[in-house]
Ligand binder design. Structure first.
Ligand SMILES: [Fe+2]
Length: 240
């Protein structure tokens, strides 16, 4: 397993310097200051409206609003993950198409949760093991909804959305992929998702971590859960 980690860590070596050299060819995403100003959805949708053709933007919006109608806090989390992911992607030498797919996938990463009952989705009581098993189906349920939506590049988006709960050590779900088997854009979303979940003040079942503690936990998670190069890129963002 250590070989997988080493391979993954070396995948993006040097990308930081390289990405700074080509910044002029990519639109700079919103700064992370926009993540917690209470308007994360507005900021995120503005980012996507600029990056997508009108028809495609509408398809994304329909999927996103379906989640917003069921679970507003999950939708806000998704918007923050989109903004954080875009900032990481900006530092990772992504093409325009990759940046666009990253933003769409990040916003829709939890869209499959609309298939859950209210009791599971917005309930405040501890979940049973069967309810936890239902939650674990959300990457694949989201993929099915994205295909149904008719998004032109659904194939790429689906691969990323399905991969966002995989782990570097191969112990994630749904497919138990490890290291570089997990698409890079899914590894970026995993880092953003994990950080936002740790610092989210709207998760009633536990207290949010302060930023410093969350950064420390994220650094520790690079060993087994997260791509260490992506974690390094995230932690090096100046206005984090
Ligand atoms: Fe998720």
């Amino acid at each position: 397993m250590s070989e997988i980690k080493i391979a993954t860590c070396s995948l993006m070596q040097g990308s930081n310097a390289q990405s700074r050299q080509i910044q002029g060819s990519h639109a700079k995403p919103f700064t992370l200051g926009k993540v917690n100003d209470g308007n994360e959805i507005v900021h995120c949708l503005a980012l996507l409206k600029e990056a997508l053709p009108e028809d495609e933007y509408r398809k994304v919006l329909v999927l996103f609003l379906r989640l917003y109608a069921r679970a507003k806090e999950t939708a806000k989390h998704s918007a923050r993950v989109c903004i954080i992911s875009s900032n990481i992607g900006y530092r990772c030498n992504l093409s325009f198409e990759q940046s666009r797919d990253l933003s769409v996938s990040a916003l829709l990463h939890d869209t499959g949760k609309v298939k859950l009952s209210d009791e599971i989705l917005v309930g405040k009581t501890p979940l049973s093991s069967s309810q936890k098993a239902q939650i674990k189906k959300h990457p694949e349920n989201g993929a099915a909804l994205i295909v149904e939506s008719g998004l032109l590049n659904a194939e790429s988006i689906v691969e990323i959305v399905i991969g966002h709960h995989e782990r570097i050590d191969g112990q994630g779900y749904p497919n138990g992929l490890g290291g570089s088997e997990i698409p890079l854009l899914a590894r970026i979303i995993s880092v953003a998702d994990t950080f936002d979940a740790m610092t989210d003040s709207d998760r009633g079942y536990r207290k949010p971590l302060d930023k410093t503690s969350a950064q420390q936990k994220l650094w520790e998670a690079r060993i087994e859960q997260l791509d260490c190069s992506v974690v390094k890129e995230f932690l090096s963002i100046e206005d984090l």
